[in-house]
Each structure stands twice: as structure tokens, then as C-alpha cells.
Design a protein around this ligand. Structure first.
Ligand code: PLP
Length: 371
């Protein structure tokens, strides 16, 4: 008997997530020096990890033989203090991806529906399918979540509504007023799951904690993978009603967040200088990329996160051509946007290199540069 025959039925239909290609892989494939490759494909922080986090992680390595604190006490206290959230309202995960999966463990099963945007972060759909539930994909409007249409898609079977603001891969954010209106309008059997992975890039992130306190079913998620530069350590958190947090705590692994990640994340929270520097540089980088790409006739969506969308005609061909030049971007055909690529905003030098490569490509195709 084959393993495939032994597997659960859903395993065969489960779509597989396609991550951005690692630098070493691309270097080997194209005979390039890894040091000269710019990975602008996974919305990582081009300025590296927070220096405070790195120092704390190095010290923590000395006790790496010990299991981590399964309750993440120190990190929960640090987040509680930094954000003004009760410790009992917080759950820490192995990246916010794990928190999304915990929602699946707690609330999803066959027959249940999950409402999401049709160009929303793909993990919502993957997790929904993993638990045999039904994704209800609502068309996005101008690259943003259409909250009224999402509200209208809610049925008696809906349990979760996912909104990423800003959204990945489109970068567009919803307003606080619209998010409040949505959460207040949802029936009692539906939880609004607000994914705030890129919230730190906003001038002021929407705050739904008053609605949470008033009993609205809203749960928010954040990550240390973006502005704090800790994607490789895998740490994120969710916050919501203590009753919901207790359910999520039940369905996680006992040691889901490693010890190095816990101390690094705590230290990163205090690294205001690094966060401010990254936010400022990101704004400048966005302007640089948008202006450069538009000059080449590539329509862009600048959005409000740490990446830019560009309509390059054939996203797959653009991706391939740039890869040969040591620049990794993300083609968006898997999101139903074959003309687009998503470009993580890099350092000024990386952005310049990307624009030079795009210009070279456009010239080879006879497109005039309107700079
Ligand atoms: C919208 C969104 N949510 C969640 C995540 C997952 O982040 P983490 O690294 O914390 O799992 C990402 C990562 O790119 C994202 O874009």
C-alpha cells in the first residue's frame, strides 16, 4: 500500500505554499556571488535584524541547551508593557503564521466558511483548506479589501473573517473607521481576524482595542518578521479577549517559540531607534521605486507596507530576467495577477540596482524612459 493511500483525503488537495527563492539557491543556479544577490521577494527587512535583538540572541545562545519558557512569560510581559495590552490577552506564536494555524485548530472544520479577499495573504486560504473548511473569496476593490462586500459574504456558517491591513501582496490598508464599522456589524458567531503584519509601517495603525473591550469579536495579529527584522527567528503574536486566548493556548505546541526568538523579540521591542530608521528609509525607498518604475511606464501600487507592486506586463518573464541579474522579486501569478511583481523595498542601493535592471530590460524591449 502506498503512503498516499494512507494519507487523509485533504492532504492530496492541499495547495503548497511557494516561498521566495533563497539567495544561495539563486547564486548556484545562475553562477552568481551570493554576496551580490538582493532578495526583494519576501518583504524582509533590508537593514537586517534589530541590533539590540542580535545582542540579546547572542547571549541567549549560551543557554540553548535548556528548553524555552513554554509560556513566553518575559516576552508576553514585554509586549504587554510596550503595547498596553493585558498579558492574559496575548498569545505568542512561531511567527504569526502559526497564530493563523491556531485559529484553524480552534475554529475550523468541514462545513465552516472563512471570508477573505481574493488577493489576500495566501496563508488564510491554505489554513482554511487544511482544516477542511471552505474559503469564501471576495473580490478586492482597487487592491484593497472591500469590507462591505466581505460583510455581505458572511453567512450562518462563517466563523472567521480575515483582513490584512496593509494587505500582502497588494500593500493597501483599510481605514480605522471602516474596520471599526465592520467589527461592530459582524454577528456574534463571527471573529474578525485583523492581520497587522505591516502595521508598524503605518503612520498610525488602526486601533480596535476599544471594540475588543466592548465585546466585539476581533482578534489581531502582529509579527517580528518585518520591521524588527527577525523573520528567520519565527515569532509573532496575537491579542484578543482572554477567553479566546485561552482556547488558542490549548491548541498550541508546549514549546512553540524558541528561546533565542523570545529574548530577541523582547529586545527588539525596545529598539526604537532601529524601528524609526527602518520606517523612514522605507518611506524614502517607496518613493524611489515608485518614481523609477513609473518613469519606465510600469504602473505601481505603492501601498503602505514595505513593498511595491508593479505592473510589468509579464511578471514571470520580469522575475526570470531580474533573477539572472542577481535580483529576486516575487511574481504574482499565484495571486491571479500575472502582469504584476511584488518588490520588497530594499536599501537605497538595492532599489537603484533594481531600477537599473528594470531600465535595461525596458530598453531591450524598446520602451522609452520618461525620466
Ligand atoms: C499579511 C501577512 N501576515 C502574516 C505573515 C506571516 O508572518 P510571520 O513571519 O510572522 O509568520 C506575513 C508574512 O509575509 C504577511 O505578509
Amino acid at each position: 500500500m502506498k503512503y498516499a493511500e494512507l494519507a487523509n483525503a485533504g492532504v492530496h488537495e492541499q495547495p503548497v505554499y511557494q516561498p521566495g527563492k533563497p539567495i544561495e539557491y539563486v547564486a548556484q543556479e545562475f553562477g552568481l556571488d551570493p554576496a551580490l544577490i538582493a532578495k526583494l521577494a519576501s518583504n524582509e527587512n533590508p537593514f537586517g535584524p534589530s541590533p539590540k535583538a542580535m545582542a540579546a540572541a547572542q547571549t541567549a545562545l549560551r543557554t540553548a541547551h535548556l528548553y524555552p519558557d513554554g509560556n513566553c512569560c518575559q516576552l508576553r510581559a514585554a509586549i504587554a508593557q510596550a503595547r498596553g495590552i493585558g498579558e492574559d490577552a496575548l498569545i505568542i506564536g512561531n511567527g504569526s503564521n502559526e497564530i493563523i494555524e491556531l485559529l484553524g485548530h480552534a475554529f475550523l472544520r468541514p462545513g465552516v466558511e472563512v471570508v477573505m479577499g481574493d488577493q489576500a495573504f495566501i496563508v488564510y486560504k491554505l489554513i482554511t483548506k487544511l482544516f477542511g473548511a471552505t474559503p469564501v473569496e471576495v473580490p478586492m476593490q482597487d487592491f484593497g479589501h472591500d469590507l462591505s462586500a466581505m460583510r455581505a459574504a458572511v453567512t450562518d456558517q462563517t466563523r472567521l473573517v480575515f483582513v490584512a491591513s496593509p494587505n500582502n501582496p497588494t500593500g493597501v490598508a483599510n481605514t480605522e473607521a471602516d474596520l471599526i464599522e465592520l467589527t461592530e456589524s459582524l454577528p456574534a458567531h463571527v471573529i474578525l481576524c485583523l492581520d497587522e503584519a505591516y502595521a508598524e509601517y503605518l503612520e498610525r495603525a488602526p486601533d480596535l482595542r476599544a471594540q475588543m473591550a466592548a465585546g466585539c469579536k476581533v482578534f489581531c495579529m502582529r509579527t517580528f518578521s518585518k520591521i524588527y527584522g527577525l523573520g528567520g527567528l519565527r515569532v509573532g503574536y496575537g491579542y484578543g479577549a482572554p477567553e479566546l486566548i485561552q482556547l488558542l493556548q490549548r491548541v498550541r505546541q508546549p514549546f512553540n517559540v524558541n528561546a533565542i526568538a523570545q529574548v530577541a523579540a523582547s529586545a527588539a521591542l525596545t529598539d526604537h531607534e532601529f524601528v524609526n530608521k527602518c520606517r523612514t528609509a522605507n518611506e524614502a525607498g517607496r518613493a524611489q521605486l515608485v518614481a523609477g518604475l513609473e518613469a519606465l511606464g510600469n504602473a505601481t501600487v505603492g501601498g503602505q507596507a514595505n513593498f511595491v507592486l508593479a505592473n510589468v506586463g509579464d511578471g514571470g518573464a520580469f522575475f526570470q530576467a531580474l533573477q539572472q541579474r542577481g535580483l529576486i522579486v516575487r511574481p504574482l501569478a499565484p495571486y491571479g495577477m500575472p502582469a504584476f511583481v511584488r518588490i520588497t523595498i530594499g536599501t537605497e542601493a538595492e532599489n537603484q540596482r533594481l531600477l537599473a535592471a528594470a531600465r535595461e530590460l525596458a530598453q531591450s524591449q524598446g520602451v522609452p524612459d520618461s525620466r
